[in-house]
Design a protein. Sequence first.
Length: 195
Amino acid sequence: MTNVKNRPYLIALTGGIASGKSTASHYLAKNYYLIDSDQIVANFYENPDFLSLLDREFATHDKIALRNLIFKQHDNLVKLNSLVHPLVKKEIEKLIVLHNSEKIIIIDIPLLFEIGWENNFDCNILISCSLNKQLTRLMQRNNLSLAEATRWLALQKPMKEKRKVADYIIHNNYSPAYLEHRLDTTIADIFKNLI
Ligand code: ADP
């Protein structure tokens, strides 16, 4: 039993690339206050101070050029993450305080387990699917070849590792309606444990 009477219960929502996390997130946002880390990062790219920071560190702020740098050298990914993640964390903390009258806040964080942020939240939900589905969805959504999709996937912790540490797992191999049903039942389960 978790007593969260005087503050929102914080649920982190995560997944693997193209496993269906954003689809889940859009559905949940209809009923809950949801903080979208991807949107927070997208907003940074509209901020001239952030763009100058990228220019200083990488000699570019162009997203495609940055992606190429990351693929070329893993150190660049580590460096970019070390710049972006503290800023995202600060923004999430600010939004949680601003919405502290909510009963539940969902925080959509694609790289929750990669960054090791899972202990900052009351629980987490992993949107999972088979490797086959993940590759197929990624190739279709981003118009990638199998080799490219496999390379993108390799930048993340493998889904089977995420499954070992997740609190709640939703297997999104089936219809969108089934995903929505599982989201409803999972949140209902979580609710049962709240005072
Ligand atoms: P993520 O946010 O995890 O990267 P998305 O939610 O964008 O993944 O889903 C990846 C792709 O798969 C999208 O094109 C989405 O419409 C599709 N998709 C997600 N879940 C399902 C599902 N249950 N059935 C069919 N297509 C799905």
